[in-house]
Ligand binder design. Structure first.
Ligand SMILES: Cc1cc2nc3c(=O)[nH]c(=O)nc-3n(C[C@H](O)[C@H](O)[C@H](O)COP(=O)(O)OP(=O)(O)OC[C@H]3O[C@@H](n4cnc5c(N)ncnc54)[C@H](O)[C@@H]3O)c2cc1C
Length: 439
């Protein structure tokens, strides 16, 4: 993939090569010159890690239940209009993915098969084995590579936007291997840089996902929201090794796996929303003075474990556990970021020419706690919307380009520390304000 001779001028600059960045790029007109960046390799996005699946409105009569499940999981702090948009747009998004070659599981008659996760009152999640995200993201990446107007550049990060008087003119970029800094001007910029897991010691996210776009927004006075709303996943494989935590998808519990204490007894309803199950596990660990609880997958049955969850099956085997005979140790870990750069129903931020989509953005869909398998869908819906908004907003071509002072970004380590501190301070301030509101 090309990295040299990045030209200075694009119609659209997209920071992030996960499903949000790619889907937006694919929805832009082929006449638009688009630059898409990944801070790491092209497949090193959380989108490639998604296991469980993607929700869809499987029939019009499921609308009310799907809406209610999403709101209940989010403690009713969700934006109802955003939830409605996500659900109503889901059949179209799924149809586009199928057109793109995504192979969701189907029954013998060719109909979609649906699985279930915590917080869902009925099965409504489409999946591809236990690697749904890889199936979707790799098809989108392949489609983007066929488009002459889209330039994909790996190992290149956005370190700041170029902003003047409430308007965005592109970004300051840094090649991660050489440290070289340069500017790229663009009529529209999309922040799609994923979550914040890299700021946490224990997370299922890639380590390089450190909330950069959120910090950039905070630094430039772009509105953010709910920076303190971080989702902890109840079941990641317990390990004393350093690095990313391996997720044991909630759909394993959806298919019958149960949580056990040291006494071999169940201690909670495994299909309640994630925050509730996480709290129950932490209480159980505290009662037992233990570092983990156990997940027993035997009730799922050998056929489903082998066919639906081959990656989880293999990972546990590599760690010395045969899930057909032995419960595995699991522990909660950071997983998802509900807060982020505040956007409207079209992915617009409060800065002209600047948009955000995917986990980086906060559009209000998830409220205080995300319902399982809503995030791939939400990322895709807002990515498409942002592409449409860029066309409709008609901001026109930038006529005058402000200069960026690159010397301000030379000390990379200090910059990253400053960014992490900005996010922590914003989260702390929101937590304190939330506490005052409840008091
Ligand atoms: C283990 C795991 C399992 C999951 N399972 C599911 C599931 O089953 N269903 C579901 O709906 N959701 C799931 N999720 C959540 C879902 O995968 C993510 O929320 C979603 O993929 C986010 O997509 P995105 O495009 O916003 O970000 P990502 O896919 O994370 O992509 C972020 C991109 O931004 C780039 N980037 C980061 N910083 C910069 C920067 N400064 N400049 C330029 N580029 C940058 C990265 O290199 C990457 O290319 C899971 C997440 C994890 C971690």
């Amino acid at each position: 993939m090309e990295r040299e001779n990045l030209s200075e001028r694009y119609d659209v600059l997209i920071a992030g090569m996960g499903v949000a960045g790619l889907f937006c790029a694919l929805h832009l007109p082929e006449s638009a010159r688009v630059l898409v960046l990944s801070k790491d390799g092209e497949e090193k996005s959380d989108s490639f890690l998604a296991q469980g699946g993607i929700c869809v409105l499987k029939a019009p009569e499921d609308f009310d239940a799907y809406f209610e499940d999403t709101m209940r999981a989010g403690h009713y702090e969700n934006d109802a209009a955003a939830v409605e948009q996500m659900i109503r747009r889901s059949p179209s998004v799924i149809a586009q993915l199928v057109d793109c070659g995504v192979a969701f599981a189907r029954d013998g008659a060719g109909h979609f098969r649906y699985t279930r996760e915590g917080g869902h009152s009925v099965p409504r999640i489409l999946f591809h084995d236990d690697v749904t995200g890889k199936e979707i993201a790799s098809r989108l990446l392949a489609a983007a590579k066929t488009r002459e107007n889209i330039r994909l550049v790996e190992y290149c990060e956005l370190v700041d936007v170029i902003a003047r008087d409430g308007e965005c003119f592109g970004g300051v970029l840094r090649k991660t291997d050489t440290g070289e800094l340069f500017t790229v001007y663009a009529d529209h910029t999309l922040l799609a840089a994923g979550g914040v897991g890299g700021l946490f010691e224990n997370s299922t996210n890639y380590r390089h996902l450190t909330g950069d776009a959120v910090a950039i927004a905070l630094r430039n006075g772009v509105r953010t929201e709910h920076i303190d709303y971080v989702q902890i996943h109840p079941t990641t494989f317990y390990s004393e090794k350093h690095g990313r935590r391996f997720l044991i998808s909630e759909s394993v519990r959806g298919e019958g796996a149960v949580l056990l204490g040291a006494d071999g007894k169940r201690f909670c309803n495994e299909l309640l929303p994630r925050d509730v199950v996480t709290a129950a596990i932490r209480e159980q660990m505290a009662r037992e003075g233990a570092s983990f609880v156990r997940l027993d997958m035997r009730p799922v049955g050998e056929k489903t474990l082998r066919e639906h969850f081959p990656t989880i099956f293999a990972h546990c085997r590599d760690e010395g556990y045969d899930v057909l005979t032995t419960p595995i140790p699991v522990v909660p870990a950071q997983h998802y970021f509900m807060g982020g750069v505040k956007v409207d129903l079209w992915g617009r931020t409060n800065m002209k020419r600047l948009y955000a989509a995917g986990e980086t953005a906060c559009n209000g869909v998830h409220g205080k706690n995300r319902l399982a398998s809503n995030s791939l869908l939400e990322s895709l819906v807002w990515a498409e919307r942002a592409a449409q908004a860029m066309a409709e907003d008609g901001a026109g071509k930038i006529q005058k380009f402000p200069q960026a002072d690159l010397s301000a970004y030379q000390d990379y380590d200090t910059l990253k520390k400053t960014y992490a501190a900005l996010i922590r301070a914003a989260a702390e301030a929101e937590r304190a304000a939330g506490g005052r509101r409840q008091a």
